[in-house]
Design a protein around this ligand. Structure first.
Ligand SMILES: Nc1ncnc2c1ncn2[C@@H]1O[C@H](COP(=O)(O)OP(=O)(O)OP(=O)(O)O)[C@@H](O)[C@H]1O
Ligand SMILES: [Mg+2]
Length: 270
């Protein structure tokens, strides 16, 4: 038997505007990976306004607050007992949910949260991380330890595109290896006056993957608590979400960028 410890991959969803689909897509990524038979833990690190529990209709006994307490008390082995299970049919995965009360978020330290992720990745094939739309200390540290960062954008208004441009430029200054950052467009065919070509020119690169707009399907999945990829009636959005997972997993480990040893702090001030 091979006792060698292999850490799971960390796939983080990040954006520079809110309501672009980070939570919906991270839930579907977790669901699809679990459906394929991988062990998965989905972490909601939108600490103040986390939606993973709402979108999946989960009532947690424990939240990230308890996991951080366990780390601080050196009870690392307790972490797996503090996760909340989502299951539908024969698919299931674990979640780390956001604090129950907003004020708890203030007291959580980024280093402790990062330690939670590092411990959990030893137990799961994939850690899927949902974040907020800002370059906070926590988010930068999460980006740093991620295997893949999905930088998500939508084309709706000028400020969103301006923020996407700033975000993309900033991510590029972090000098992550090769294909670690994946630029993904969500709600592609939503009604807008702005042309996709103009956006890719402004950004200076093409989108790695494009997800269609389907308001009814997205709404239905939130109302029922059933992720799109687990629904029997798969529409184009669900199929495009599955295709994204195939792109991330198909080529095996070679497709997943190696983590750089330099910290985010040293990179940003380089
Ligand atoms: N491809 C899509 N087509 C239609 N609606 C979508 C799509 N993706 C997401 N939505 C809807 O957009 C809204 C915002 O999605 P979501 O909550 O996942 O965004 P978010 O980036 O996590 O937002 P926040 O920054 O506030 O956390 C939700 O109502 C969701 O149903
Ligand atoms: Mg969200």
């Amino acid at each position: 038997m091979n006792d060698e410890q292999i850490d799971g991959a960390i796939i983080t969803f990040f954006s520079t505007s809110s309501a672009v689909g980070k939570t919906l897509i991270s839930i579907n990524m977790a669901s699809e990976l679990a459906r394929e038979g991988h062990s998965v833990c989905l972490a909601d690190f939108d600490l103040q306004f986390g939606d993973v529990g709402n979108y999946l209709h989960l009532q947690p006994d424990y939240t990230i607050t308890d996991l951080c307490d366990a780390i601080k008390n050196n009870n690392h082995q307790d972490l797996v007992n503090m996760l909340t299970t989502y299951s539908y049919d024969d698919v299931s995965f674990q979640t780390v949910l956001a604090p129950k009360r907003l004020e708890e978020a203030y007291n959580l330290e980024p280093e402790t949260i990062i330690e939670v992720v590092k411990q959990l990745r030893r137990q799961y094939d994939y850690i899927i991380v949902d974040t907020t739309s800002m370059f906070s200390v926590l988010n930068l540290a999460l980006l740093d330890i991620s295997t893949i960062v999905t930088f998500l954008g939508i084309v709706d208004f000028i400020p969103t595109i301006k923020n996407m441009k700033i975000g993309n430029n900033t991510l590029n200054t972090l000098n992550y290896d090769g294909n670690k950052i994946r630029l993904v467009l969500n709600r592609s065919d939503a009604k807008t006056q702005i042309k996709l070509n103009d956006v890719t020119q402004i950004l200076g690169e093409n989108f790695y993957h494009i997800l269609p707009n389907d308001f009814a399907a997205a709404r239905q999945s939130i109302v029922t608590g059933i992720p799109l990829v687990l629904n029997d009636k798969m529409g184009t959005l669900a199929q495009a979400l599955r295709d994204l997972v195939i792109k991330y997993t198909n080529k095996g480990h070679d497709d997943i960028a190696e983590n750089s040893s330099k910290s985010w702090l040293s990179k940003i001030f380089n």
